[in-house]
Design a protein around this ligand. Structure first.
Ligand code: FES
Ligand code: FES
Length: 180
């Protein structure tokens, strides 16, 4: 478990630092952080998991969405210390156990669900969680599923197609769905 009591002071800033254990994509990382470090910054800068993108830093765009114990959360709205001991999944953790693309990733590839790709990690994590709750969405339900994520490039049509295609892949290969 993490130790939330401050263990050290950063000599440069005078800030108290905390030892935190972050469980990310099945790996435990021990990091020493100030309490104010955002989860998005900890993932990108402390752990080097730059697949989590930061757009607005205000909880609006969804680019930073990761899964916390399977539920989508805005990594820019959480402090890293708050995620200690919980299971985090970033876009880097969405591949299948054998290394092949996960269903949502494969569907984005097939349906051309991305252009610049900046928003894509947030869509992939959001849809992964959404399909777990609703494995056979209608097109309207697919639109609802992605309603909290912003994309400036695609017009969303191909993303909606990708949601439906990912659902289809999940039905074809249900035992390969091992994304948490
Ligand atoms: S960067 Fe977190 S919601 Fe936009
Ligand atoms: S693909 Fe460019 S912002 Fe969505």
């Amino acid at each position: 478990m993490s130790t939330h009591a401050p263990t050290q002071t950063d000599p440069a800033t005078g800030e108290e630092l905390h030892d935190v254990r972050l469980h990310v994509n099945g790996i435990v990382h021990q990091v020493r952080l100030p309490a104010r470090r955002l989860l998005s910054d900890a993932l990108r800068h402390d752990l080097g998991l730059t697949g989590t993108h930061v757009g607005c830093e205000h909880g609006v765009c969804g680019a930073c969405t990761v899964l916390l114990d399977g539920q989508p959360v805005r990594a820019c709205l959480m402090f890293a210390v708050s995620a200690a001991g919980q299971e985090l999944t970033t876009v880097e953790g969405l591949a299948q156990p054998d290394g092949r693309l996960g269903h949502v990733q494969q569907a984005f590839k097939e349906c051309h669900g991305l252009q610049c790709g900046f928003c894509t990690p947030g869509f992939l994590t959001t849809i992964t969680a959404g399909l777990r709750d609703n494995p056979d969405p209608t097109e309207d339900e697919a639109r609802d599923m992605i309603g909290g994520n912003l994309c400036r490039c695609t017009g969303y049509q191909n993303i909606v197609k990708a949601v439906c295609r990912a659902a289809e892949l999940g039905r074809l290969e249900p035992d390969q769905e091992d994304q948490s």
